[in-house]
Design a protein around this ligand. Structure first.
Ligand SMILES: NC(=O)c1ccc[n+]([C@@H]2O[C@H](COP(=O)([O-])OP(=O)(O)OC[C@H]3O[C@@H](n4cnc5c(N)ncnc54)[C@H](O)[C@@H]3O)[C@@H](O)[C@H]2O)c1
Ligand SMILES: [Zn+2]
Ligand SMILES: [Zn+2]
Length: 391
């Protein structure tokens, strides 16, 4: 089959590779009908997250048709079923899964030992996302093997298009979880840093969850326009001071909740001198992540407010003003998304016509064009916000 394969920094190719096979009772094989490129894939593209190996198949946002089912998954899935695959692989039986903490499933990471050494504990297996999280082949491919498939799936009705449901596997629940973590009250202002696909879903979610005011921060006019269309007040950080404008919009109180939908690759610009420092340290491997957004959020957030972090960080972040966070009594909530925890409610919102996540798609391409779509998405060329690939 054909698949997008990681060969090194900024080197993803569409290669011919072997078809996946059932390896375990609970596996299923999916023929992928649609998959997408996620902001998290860019961190791999830039080789900023360790433990990728040349030959690894990338991609963790995919859906398709079940073409083969292992005996252990046969009660839950049948050939022909149409499913979205959540990016977090989960067993459904361990202590964490029973609590709904699917992204920290205790069983699905087959490289748990390696990750324990680095993180202290293992987290769930993820598709196409480094050997620390299991080294499972990803779904930017014609076929993908889904481990623990009896649990790791989302069945979707034929009445909805691929474009309407594909994001149930990642960016939609990610934006939703980020907003839920803010415990939004009707009087609240929620500020969202980053208007990429995750930020867009967080903005829509905060509006649906009843925030009084949602504020969107980015520098790309097309993304800010999309955020404004979703009900947010836009701040362009290239044109104005984020802190001053947030103070103005909240009567000097600061946002009640701040969502970081940017993560480790905060834009590097001379208007934000700390990002230049971070970039230099990142290049010398003295720091893993660029913490500008975290610093800004901690500074501007209203005391006793919430800092919600769906943006991905990989390791050590420098110069975090922890004293400010402590004295202001801020609550930090974060993590890889517990995708299936949110499925039922989100699918219902889509079916009821209250939410159509397909608005975010700006580019559709073939799998062969995937290697060109990575830099296009990274550089936000051609007003690109989200790329869907059709294998
Ligand atoms: N927690 C999870 O489970 C999960 C799931 C999916 C994605 N993510 C992460 O979410 C983040 C966003 O993903 P995406 O697909 O939207 O990526 P993206 O790269 O398309 O979007 C990031 C946006 O942030 C903006 N930005 C950069 N610096 C900024 C700053 N200082 N202030 C405000 N905006 C700034 C960029 O212009 C861009 O529009 C990534 O870190 C990704 O890895 C996490
Ligand atoms: Zn993702
Ligand atoms: Zn589990």
């Amino acid at each position: 089959m054909r698949a997008l394969v990681w060969h090194g920094k900024e080197d993803i190719r569409c290669d011919e590779v072997s078809d996946p096979e059932i390896q375990d009772d609970r596996d299923a094989i999916i023929k992928v009908t649609s998959c997408a490129i996620c902001g998290s894939d860019l961190h791999l593209f830039h080789n900023l997250i360790p433990a990728m190996l040349p030959g690894d198949i990338v991609g963790h946002e995919m859906m398709g048709e079940v073409v083969e089912v292992g005996r252990g998954a046969a009660g839950a899935l049948q050939k022909g079923d149409r499913i979205v695959v959540p990016f977090t692989i989960y067993c459904g039986e361990c202590d964490q899964c029973r609590r709904g903490n699917f992204s920290v499933c205790e069983r699905s990471n087959r490289n748990a030992r390696i990750q324990e050494n680095v993180f202290g504990h293992a987290t769930a297996g993820l598709f196409g996302y480094t050997h620390l999280t299991g080294g499972y082949p990803g779904g930017q491919a014609e076929y993908v093997r889904v481990p623990f498939a009896d649990r790791t799936h989302i069945k979707v009705p034929d009445s909805l298009s691929d474009e309407q449901v594909l994001f149930l596997g990642d960016i939609l629940p990610t934006g939703w979880q980020a907003a839920v973590q803010c415990d939004i009250k009707p009087t609240d202002t929620v500020a969202v840093w980053g208007c990429g696909p995750v930020g867009q879903m967080a903005i829509r979610s905060a509006v649906l969850l009843g925030a009084k005011q949602v504020i969107a921060i980015d520098r790309l006019p097309e993304r800010l326009g999309m955020a404004a269309a979703g009900g947010a007040v836009a701040i362009n950080f290239d044109d104005e001071s984020v802190i001053e404008r947030l103070d103005e919009l909240t009567g000097g109180k600061g946002p009640d909740a701040c969502i970081d939908a940017v993560g480790m690759e905060s834009h590097v610009g001379f208007a934000q001198p700390d990002t230049v420092y971070d970039r230099a340290k990142q290049m010398m491997m003295l720091e893993n992540d660029r913490g500008h957004v975290l610093r800004e959020m901690i500074y501007v957030c209203r005391p006793a407010g919430v800092i919600s972090i769906p943006g991905v960080y990989s390791g050590l972040v420098d110069k975090i003003p922890f004293g400010l966070a402590m004295n202001k009594g801020l609550t930090f909530r974060m993590g890889q998304t517990h995708v299936n925890r949110w499925t039922e409610g989100l699918l219902k919102l889509i079916e009821d016509g209250l939410l159509d996540p397909s608005f975010v798609i700006t580019h559709t391409a073939s799998l062969e064009d995937g290697p060109e779509m990575y830099p296009l998405f990274r550089d936000k060329r051609d007003q690109c916000v989200k790329v869907v690939l059709k294998p």
